[in-house]
Ligand binder design. Sequence first.
Ligand code: NAP
Length: 297
Amino acid sequence: MNATPLTVAVLGPGGVGGLIGALLARDGHRVVCLAGEETAAALGRDGLRVESAQFGDFTAAVEADTRLREPVDAVFVTVKQTSLEQALDRVPPPALGGALVVPLLNGLDHLRLLRERYPSAGVVAGTIRVEATRTAPGRVEHTSPFVDLELAAPLDGFAEQLRHAGLGVTLRSDETAMLWDKLAFLAPLALLTTRHRADVGSIRSDRRPELLTVLDEVTAVARAAGAPVTAEAVLSFFDRVPDTMRSSMQRDAEAGRPLEVDAIGGAVLRAGAAHHVETPVTARLVAEVARLTAREV
Ligand SMILES: NC(=O)c1ccc[n+]([C@@H]2O[C@H](COP(=O)([O-])OP(=O)(O)OC[C@H]3O[C@@H](n4cnc5c(N)ncnc54)[C@H](OP(=O)(O)O)[C@@H]3O)[C@@H](O)[C@H]2O)c1
């Protein structure tokens, strides 16, 4: 049990948000999940159910609402980018006040949106490394033996509380470097596996020239944006992940769900344009993936 319980809201209690909310609630924090009516009703009734390779199976009681109505210490924003704008209506700026806002979405551009919308709040850039799937409202399957957050702020006390609940937390001092470390790997992975309907092993062997070109483009944009990322370092990581690895964008495409292609690929193109870096192959892949429909996949 945590000695100094926090009140934490989770906007979008799916794979990522459900796991974080359940771990915090299990550790004695007050967790308020913000969701649509049906999901909020299920969570209020049954709590969050986690089946986890790392933590075992457990159920945690949480509160649930369709809107934030009272002050909280922190809000984790864990919706997908495709539903972000709509979901933020559940968090009125006056209710949020000066709370910490921790978005864990993939991509870059949500940070500006959140900072414009919540000027009094402390919006902290975050990333997460995990494999967690929402299998039904309030039910999460956590299949990776880790759940690792990076936060770009000197939040030692907050990080310690998250670690106590079971989360891995690294604090970073450079937001741009942190975000691009993730995106420089994720964008090529997501675009190539989704476009070619192939796992990493096939991309590495059958599509290597295209992989190398995309890595060159994306890391050139990252460096122009101020992140010390090299194509060699990302390729070396790419070459070490398991052959069977697939991307969540690929799984979303197969299931006919909306794709975060704008958040992940579009963000690279926008940053490239802003810094005058050419990204023709990445642009083609973004366009091709954006055209995919569930029927075509
Ligand atoms: N899952 C992973 O392993 C993983 C790993 C790294 C990064 N990420 C990133 O984390 C972010 C979240 O991904 P995820 O996989 O956790 O997504 P997810 O499982 O689809 O969960 C999203 C949640 O948002 C909720 N939601 C949708 N529209 C909403 C609205 N208008 N108001 C309130 N809640 C709303 C959904 O509610 P319902 O339950 O009612 O549908 C769902 O619970 C994405 O940017 C993803 O790229 C995910």
